[in-house]
Design a binder for this molecule. Structure first.
Ligand code: P6P
Length: 326
């Protein structure tokens, strides 16, 4: 696995890092660089809103529901507007797939990239001040530029991603992304409004001692999942489940561990979404030396059939995911 070719020192700004590494990107990389900048900019605006959510009346439910019938929190809606606006203004994206909108959003027929995004994942944690995250995938359109968007542009396998990342609005705000040349993490300095390289060439330990799963649902887990959970307990692993996918994923990326959201009685295909949650994190996990599967096959190989389809998700340290699949 190739890591970033130009090793840049800790403290390099995100802009400088993108610019210095953009020749790794085999397409006309200027647009991808601009896309990443547009996403980073939107994340700064969302970060500011999140950090003062308690002070102005944007906490709590927006009174509407998203495509999955989940209660939309006001910040969900605001984040969706901010990312959509940033990506529209940039002009590089031709279509946007979002958890918050039923169909894809047609942005600009001259755009070369399709973005899939969960603008604010884990938003039920907002009111209780728990870390939340944005997850994004970037694909190159398949159809001819200038023509209308087609399903072949929208329903691409995760292995077609040209970039993916997440923003974690935690005790500090971090942007972690890959363009297929390793994984790099940037920490946001709000007083300067800049992201600085803080975690170059992130590698997930092959083994870990942490498992993340909602054991409250254990009665409806398959025997395989129950057996794996027993293995975790017999191995004296630690259970860590924040109920916020990006936060759990990020901790396991740094320390080693596995996150599992399996099929349950309520969600026969699991709860998480392939297009804008699992594909991005599976790409990052693989680029960091880990694995991401649906319990049987590689997440990135799954051919999507619909925008909001769910999939069971096993992601994290390679040896732990392999063990869970046995
Ligand atoms: P449960 C948040 O709603 C989310 O999508 C992920 O961020 C999180 O890991 C999971 O669902 C929590 O789901 O069913 O355990 O509450």
């Amino acid at each position: 696995m190739e890591t970033s070719r130009i090793a840049l020192p800790i403290g390099t700004t995100l802009d400088r890092f993108i610019k210095n590494n953009q020749d790794q990107f085999q397409y006309t990389s200027g647009e991808l660089s601009q896309l990443l900048r547009d996403i980073a900019l939107a994340s700064k605006v969302v970060n500011r809103e999140i950090n003062k959510a308690g002070l102005i009346d944007i906490m709590g439910s927006a009174g509407s529901q998203n495509t999955g019938g989940e209660q939309q929190q006001k910040l969900d809606v605001l984040a969706n507007i901010r990312f959509t606006r940033a990506l529209t203004k940039g002009g590089e994206a031709c279509a946007l797939i979002s958890e918050e909108t039923e169909s894809y959003v047609d942005l600009n027929n001259n755009g070369k990239y399709v973005i899939a995004i969960d603008p604010l994942d884990g938003s039920s944690n907002i009111d209780v001040n728990v870390s939340i995250g944005t997850i994004f995938s970037i694909y190159r359109r398949k159809s001819q530029i200038g023509l209308p968007i087609t399903d072949q542009d929208i329903l691409q396998r995760g292995e077609e991603q040209v970039a993916a990342g997440y923003i974690l609005y935690g005790s500090s705000t971090m942007l972690v992304y890959t363009t297929g040349h390793g994984v790099n993490g940037f920490t946001y300095e709000p007083s300067l409004g800049e992201y600085f390289l803080s975690h170059p060439d992130m590698i997930i330990p092959a083994e870990g001692k942490t498992y993340s799963i909602n054991e409250g649902l254990a009665n409806s887990f398959s025997e395989d999942v129950k057996n794996y959970l027993q293995h975790c307990k017999d191995s004296h692993y630690t259970a860590r489940y924040i109920g916020s996918l990006v936060a759990d994923f990020h901790r396991n990326l740094l320390k080693g561990g596995i996150y599992i959201y399996p099929a349950t009685a309520k969600d026969a295909h699991g709860k998480l979404r392939l297009m804008y949650e699992c594909n991005a994190l599976a790409f990052i996990a693989e680029q960091a030396g880990g694995k991401g599967t649906d319990g049987k096959e590689r997440i990135l190989s799954i051919k999507p059939k619909s925008l909001h389809q769910r999939t069971p998700f096993y992601v994290g340290s390679s040896k732990m995911v392999e063990q869970a699949m046995k």
